[in-house]
Structures are given as C-alpha cells and as structure tokens.
Design a protein around this ligand. Structure first.
Ligand SMILES: [Zn+2]
Length: 486
C-alpha cells in the first residue's frame, strides 16, 4: 500500500491510470496555482504543493489529480524529506524494477486509491505530533497512540493449570491467541509482585500491553508471539534461578519490560540488510545496531504517552535508572555483540558478586540474550516451527537482497541452507556455550535448559546425516544415469 506514497510511484500510477506515457511532464503548482516546478520529482515533495497536469483533464484524470494532491500533502507532512532521501532513492529503484516486472493493473490502482483514502482518514483522525513522528518510522501505519478507554480485550480467566505451566520453559507458546498472550503477560507482572510493589497502575499496564501488541508487525518470526516467548522464558528463568532473591524488584521490572519491548516494530529484515540497503534506520543510527536502537526508541515513545506509561509513579531518578537499564538490555540483543558480551560475563562468572552493579548489569544482558534465542530450549514440538518461521523471514530477506543486487548471507540463502544445517552450528557454538556459562552461576538450569539443548543438537545432527545420505544417493544415481538422460 505504501508504495503509493513515493513520488516516483505516484507518477507511475498516475501515468498508468491516465494512459499517458511515462515521459509525460507533470508539473507542480502551489495552492494559489502558481508554478512551483515543471517536473514532478522527489525533492519537491517536502512541501505543501498541489499538483497539476498541463493538458485538458477528463473526470477520471481529475480524480487522480485529487488523489495525487492528497498524497502529496500527506507525504510532505509525514516525512522529512531531506533525512529520507537515501531511503527514498533506494525504494524508488526497487519499486521501478517491480512496476516494470509486474505491471500495474487498473484494479490495483483502484485498490491503491481506496487505501490512500483510508489512510487519509486515519491520519486526519490522529493529528497528534507523536503519530507523525512515528509514522516516519513505521511502514504499515501502526498505532502508537494509546487507546483512551480501558482496553476491551476480554479478561481471560487463566486456569490454575495455565498459571502453573506459564512458569515453565516447556509452556506451549503456540496454542494462545494474542488476547490470551496479553492476559498471560499481564498476569506475570502481577504474579511477580511488580504491580503491587512498584505501584504500577493496573489499567495502564493493560493499555501499555495492548499498545505493545499493536506495535509488533506480523513478520514470520519477529512478531508478537516471539515477544511473548522471550518474556515467558524470562519469567521462567526468574523462578528457576530464584532471581527475586538476588535482584531488586526494579531489576526484575527491567528484565521483564526489556523482554516485552525488545523487538518492537521489527521490519523483518536484519541489521545487515538495513546497513547494505542504506535504509532510513541505518542512516538514522549510523549503522550502529539500527534495529535495536529503533526497538528502544519505539518503546520509549510508547512510554512517553501518559496512558501507557507504566512508570508514571516513579520519581525521575528511578525512571532514569529504569530507562538506562532497559535501553542497555535491548541494545544487548544485537547478535553482533554476542562475543563481546559473553566474554565479559565469562570474566566475572567465577567470582560473581551480586552486590557489584557491573556484574549484575552484565548478568542481565546475558539473561535477555539467553531468552531471546531460547526457542531450542523448548520441547521439540514447540521449538521446531520457529525454525521454519525464521527461515521464512531469512528467505524473504535474501530474495529481496537478490532483487536489489545486495550481498546475501549464506545462512539466509534458500539454495544453501536446510533446517539441520541452520540449527546445528547455532546450538553448538552459540547456545550451548552461553547457557553452560550461565549454568556455572545457576546449576539448576542444566536439567531444564541445557539438557534440552544437547538433545536438540543430537536430533538435528541425526537429521543432517539422513539428509546427507539422501543427497549422496541422489548424486550417485545421477552419475549412473548421466549418459542415459534425455
Ligand atoms: Zn528477539
């Protein structure tokens, strides 16, 4: 839908719809009708210009002129063009390619038109500045504006069985609807005593969680269910490792909240893509953990709205501490920093000191990292579908990289990667070493978390052997049949 927001695409759409050649000159007028620019091009879209075509307009053409004017107005309001120039240029190139390949049909143009109308109404109804600020971040019109009323998600009464299972890493994360996951998350904050001890408004908590849900995208992997999984694993670890005996309630709040927020508004394409494609996020954050910085920024934009600020009752000093702690944990989830963070933890673990702030901070970073990549800790039936989700997201990225002529990581290439090959290395060289280091501090995780990892590694190694044998067989068959093939 958003392709209609880019000037080049608008021009394409306009020309296709009116049957004019792409080389037609479309001129821009200001609101008094004075000529601004003889040709429609990217850089003029930062301003409130009308748009006119120098020929006699039919009704249909007038309609499209209207649409164009509306889009131009929205565009200039919502986007700061200078900051976005690089991003826009990249997107345009891609879109041009796509339009050429697919060709735009009239039906699609009609659909674009109605989508633009809907979008316009939506934007008109949300004329607060936070929305516009965020709309430049968010590709698909997510709602950062909190709901003014009390969230209406049905109060799911969690059964005693569910409440108990929720504390275990074996919890089946697939059988719950978003509303039920929201109730579970809400329950965790209550159950840990955070709401009571830290004086969190329970209605604000509901509204905040709902807003969190609305700001996760429906990616194959980095979606609200992933957020739920990571938070549920954190909750399990808090019990399993008796963290409430070692940490303050503020630390527990930071751990849980960072887990909830850690992938907010993830676009489904990783940092490497952001950097190589020179996206708006990469430009904004100077290629330094662009996604994690974005997740953090979105999280605190949500907190900046009083209806969603679960920290409203904290004094400024406490808020500062929570903000710093949460940012630190979300930024720690960038896997590019894995070695650095794990090494730092290894240096402390043998003489770990829970009264040393630096030690505790480092442990919290490792804990959120563990939870973020903890799917393989879960039972095979729960863990395995996540591998398919991750590969789907990877393939989406590598396909796009191919189309845009960007470098492709081998582990994302559908020609090269299989489920076992994707998992074995990751379990052996990332997961097990990290969890075994944490095990030095909390031996109780061996049985519940490390053992399942070892079993998963063994299972994928068996699967790989079967794959290899099949490929070997195919190869030799091809060799013997080689000369006889048609
Ligand atoms: Zn994550």
């Amino acid at each position: 839908i958003y392709i209609s927001l880019y000037p080049c695409d608008i021009k394409e759409l306009f020309c296709t719809a009116t049957g004019l050649s792409r080389n037609t000159t479309i001129s821009l007028l200001d609101s008094t009708g004075a000529m601004i620019c003889e040709t429609l091009h990217t850089s003029v879209f930062g301003h409130d210009y009308g748009c006119g075509l120098f020929s006699h307009l039919s009704d249909k053409e007038e309609l499209f002129q209207n649409v164009l004017t509306q889009v131009a107005e929205q565009f200039s309001r919502a986007f700061k063009i200078n900051e976005l120039k690089t991003e826009v240029t990249n997107r345009l190139a891609m879109l041009e390619k796509r339009v050429e390949l697919e060709g735009m049909k009239v039906v699609e143009i009609e659909k674009c038109r109605s989508d633009i109308k809907k979008l316009r109404e939506e934007m008109a109804s949300r004329n607060n500045s936070a929305f516009y600020l965020c709309s430049s971040f968010l590709d698909d019109n997510k709602k950062l504006t909190p709901r003014r009323d009390v969230p209406s998600y049905p109060k799911y009464h969690l059964s005693q069985e569910t409440v108990e299972a929720l504390r275990q890493p074996i919890f089946d994360v697939w059988q719950w609807e978003p509303n039920e996951m929201l109730s579970c998350l809400e329950h965790m904050y209550h159950d840990l005593g955070l709401v009571k001890d830290l004086n969190i408004n329970p209605i604000t908590l509901k509204r905040w969680l709902l807003c969190i849900h609305d700001n996760y995208r429906s990616n194959p992997f980095h979606n609200f269910r992933h957020c739920f999984c990571v938070t549920q694993m954190m909750y399990s670890m808090i019990y399993l490792c008796n963290l409430q005996e070692k940490f303050t309630q503020v630390d527990i709040l930071i751990l849980m909240t960072a887990a909830v927020c850690h992938d907010l508004d993830h676009p489904g394409y990783n940092n490497t893509y952001q950097i190589n494609a020179r996206t708006e996020l990469a430009v904004r954050y100077n290629d330094i953990s662009p996604l994690e910085n974005h997740h953090c920024a979105v999280a605190f934009q949500i907190f900046s709205q009083s209806d969603c600020n679960i920290f409203a009752n904290f004094d400024p000093e406490a808020f500062k501490q929570i903000r710093q702690g949460t940012i630190n944990l979300i930024l720690a989830t960038d896997m590019a920093r894995h070695g650095e963070i794990l090494d730092s933890f290894k240096q402390k673990v043998d003489y770990f000191d829970f009264t040393n702030e630096e030690h505790v901070t480092c442990l919290k970073m490792v804990l959120i990292k563990c939870c973020d990549i903890s799917n393989e800790v879960r039972p095979m039936e729960v863990a395995e579908p996540w591998v398919d989700c991750l590969l789907e997201e990877y393939f989406m990225q590598s396909d796009r990289e191919k189309a845009e002529g960007l470098p492709i990581a081998p582990f994302m290439d559908r020609e090269k990667v299989t489920k076992p090959t994707a998992q074995i290395g990751f379990i052996k060289f990332v997961l097990i070493p990290m969890f075994e280091t944490v095990m030095k501090l909390f031996p109780q995780i061996e049985e519940v978390m490390v053992q399942p990892l070892r079993e998963s590694r063994d299972r994928y190694e068996e699967l790989k052997q079967i794959d290899d044998a099949m490929n070997e067989k195919k190869k030799s068959e091809n060799l013997t049949m080689g000369g006889k093939k048609k």
